[in-house]
Design a protein around this ligand. Structure first.
Ligand SMILES: Cc1ncc(COP(=O)(O)O)c(C=O)c1O
Length: 371
């Protein structure tokens, strides 16, 4: 897509449907570019600055405040900025929350839940509270299907399965069992009641910013000395006690999250994001549903994600043709994950409605030419 300002071409932006790292708001990139070499007249880039400096300190704590405001995080929760991606959280959660005499409960909804389960088994006993495996992970189990031991250390779920394209539409009430959620691919896509959760984690590279920082929102009573022997850097209490400044945090990634959060706030916050995300998802699902079977949605309709729209076309040959022609038309990232194949459009917060409309139009045109 070409942007023209005053008769000049100012930016050339792809129709970016990457699953992560993913599209960032153009305004955010431009702002970062403006401040890249000289951050707020300090004579240096933010990247060149001490993480103990006043300038960085302002960015760090402002980012936390923005996240608290946008997610409406209650005061009895800590916000942490960690490294190692969401994959490290697959281990940190059981390492910190699981005691030897208790079980960890997991809902198995697909590829990412599976990885979290595999990792938890390294540290203790895991029970599967519900699984969608029998349905090839095309749906999210209903709350009534969950069987959670009342003394479980926690119940873990994956709020959005990035590869399968399924998403929890509402979260289960787990009573006194802390609910832990991997929200890597849908954090801030809609308003959330944080107090329903004991712990939320998310890698930043989909809805929050670039890769390199992982957000953890943890209820204070869960920040404690782990029962297991856990390396200092992998303990939540280490980072909570030092406001994520125990060691050098990923300063530039946090700064980018800061800009994304300011952008999100200026757009109107999570309620506006949800409306926009639903509009975008509807454009694609409508094309899929009205295609007379030419396109087949992978997720069952009541479990469909508003972040990752997964679909197939009758033959692999046609799918290859779709990818090739879509790339030639300027669309990026529509190939499904290598483990499952098919097609996937990731339509995170920063993906503009117009780009999704262009994709829906392309899909319609492709169907008419090949159906
Ligand atoms: C839902 C989900 N969880 C975890 C991960 C792994 O994240 P990371 O690469 O930051 O470790 C991803 C990455 O795509 C994801 O989509």
């Amino acid at each position: 897509m070409i942007l023209i300002e005053g008769g000049n071409v100012v930016e050339s932006r792809a129709y970016n449907f990457n699953a992560g790292p993913a599209a960032l708001p153009l305004e955010v990139l431009q702002q970062a570019q403006e401040q890249f070499v000289d951050f707020e007249h300090t004579g240096m880039s933010l990247m060149e600055m001490s993480h103990r400096s006043k300038s960085y300190d302002n960015v760090h704590f402002e980012t936390e405040r923005l996240l608290r405001e946008l997610m409406n995080i209650p005061d009895n929760y800590k916000v942490l900025f960690l490294q190692g991606g969401a994959s490290t959280q697959f281990a940190m959660v059981p390492m910190n929350l699981l005691d030897p005499d208790r079980k960890a409960a997991y809902v198995h909804t697909g590829a990412w839940a599976g990885k979290a389960i595999k990792e938890a088994k390294l540290f203790g006993e895991v029970v599967i509270a519900a699984s969608a495996e029998a349905d090839q992970f095309t749906r999210i189990p209903a709350a009534s299907e969950l069987v959670v031991p009342p003394d479980a250390a926690y119940l873990h779920l994956t709020s959005n399965e990035t590869i399968g394209g399924t998403q929890w539409q509402a979260f289960p009430d787990t009573g006194s069992v802390p609910l832990v959620a991997d929200m890597s691919s849908d954090i801030l896509c809609r308003p959330l009641n944080v107090s329903q959760f004991g712990l939320i984690y998310a890698g930043a590279q989909k809805n929050l910013g670039p890769s390199g920082v992982t957000i953890v929102v943890i209820r204070e009573d869960l920040v404690r000395k782990p029962s297991l022997t856990v390396p200092t850097m992998l303990r939540y209490d280490t980072h909570a006690a030092k406001d994520s400044l125990y060691n050098t945090p990923p300063t530039f990634a946090i700064y980018m999250v800061n800009l994304v959060l300011k952008w999100l706030k200026a757009q109107g916050g999570t309620a506006v994001m949800e409306a926009r995300n639903r509009e975008k998802a509807a454009l694609l699902y409508q094309e899929i549903d009205s295609s007379g079977g030419f396109y087949q949605g992978c997720a069952q309709p009541d479990s469909r994600s508003i972040m990752n729209v997964t679909f197939r076309i009758g033959s692999e040959e046609l799918e290859k043709k779709f990818i090739k022609e879509s790339e030639a038309a300027g669309f990026v990232g529509l190939k499904g994950h290598r483990d499952v194949g098919g097609l996937r459009a990731s339509i995170y917060n920063a993906v503009p409605v117009e780009h999704v409309r262009a994709l829906a139009d392309f899909m319609k045109d492709f169907r008419q030419r090949n159906g």
